[in-house]
Design a binder for this molecule. Structure first.
Ligand code: URA
Length: 274
């Protein structure tokens, strides 16, 4: 403060005001003139942590997982190499909680390929697709049209069990997809049967529900395959266990699938003829 009190009365009035404001102690001999001092530099606050940062990190991780899945799948020259690539792949979080990789079962030479959804508890224990209750129903369904695991090849769109059979995340499905597509390209099926909504939606890249998709033939041509595979979506056996009235629709699909197999000249098919 540069101005001095003009008289004692004014000095006393200033003191009373300062005491009232809480300045009731003299720290230095002379009062500081804060207006004469250089402005205090306040350190810049740390850059605000963006609330979007974890989301961005997640996106980067998903991108990296996808790039690595594509590269590893493309490099696999046969089914054994594809299985090894999946055993080494670290881009799908489901692997951390699963007991086993569930790769495939059945006969890849049959060129009749079935793609289900995700392994359940029993599949996770045994490392084989469709070995639990819905697998038992699938075996019965296949038997009705003269197929079994020596005349068909079975896999899933997910290679690891989602913990507690929860719905897999889009990132988990996306990380497996390049391997599934490579799987199809390596097996070179004459026909594909897609079991359930997740399988159909993922491979046909559609948001349409399975009740609309089922029974309608389409084709699928993953990268690396020089022809389009006739593909039929149908209802998943687990769904049929919950909704037995829908079995009649699945039966129609299986009969149509069998009829399509029977149209192929036997020279293009090694096994599976009924
Ligand atoms: N359901 C599936 O879709 N796949 C399995 O392997 C088991 C149950």
């Amino acid at each position: 403060m540069s101005r001095q009190p003009a008289n004692a009365a004014e000095a006393l009035a200033w003191l009373a005001w300062q005491a009232e404001m809480g300045a009731d102690e003299a720290l230095e001999e002379r009062a500081r003139d804060r207006f004469a001092e250089p402005p205090v530099r306040i350190a810049a606050p740390p850059a605000p942590v963006s609330v979007a940062a974890p989301a961005v990190a997640r996106l980067v991780a998903v991108d990296e997982a996808l790039a690595s899945a594509r590269a590893m799948a493309a490099a696999a020259g046969d089914l054994a190499a594809l299985k090894t690539a999946l055993q080494r792949f670290e881009g799908c979080g489901l692997k951390a909680t699963a007991t086993n990789l569930v790769f495939a079962d059945g006969n890849p030479e049959s060129r009749v390929m079935l793609v289900g959804e995700a392994p359940g508890a029993e599949e996770d224990r045994q490392g084989k697709p469709f070995v639990g209750v819905s697998g038992q129903l699938l075996d019965r369904m296949l038997a009705c049209v003269g197929l079994d695991r020596t005349t068909a090849y079975i896999t899933n769109v997910l290679f690891w069990r989602p913990p507690g059979n929860r719905t897999p995340t889009p990132a988990e499905i996306a990380a497996c997809l390049p391997f599934v597509e490579r799987h199809i390209a390596l097996v070179r099926p004459t026909h594909l049967l897609l079991l359930g909504g997740m399988s159909a939606k993922t491979l046909l890249n559609t948001g349409e529900g399975i009740l609309r998709l089922r029974g309608k033939w389409t084709t699928l041509q993953p990268g690396g395959l020089d022809y389009a595979v006739p593909t039929l979506p149908t209802l998943h056996p687990a769904f049929l266990l919950r909704q037995p009235a829908q079995k009649r629709q699945a039966w129609r699909d299986l009969v149509a699938f069998r009829a399509a197999l029977d149209k192929i000249p036997s020279t293009t098919r090694s096994v599976g003829e009924g």
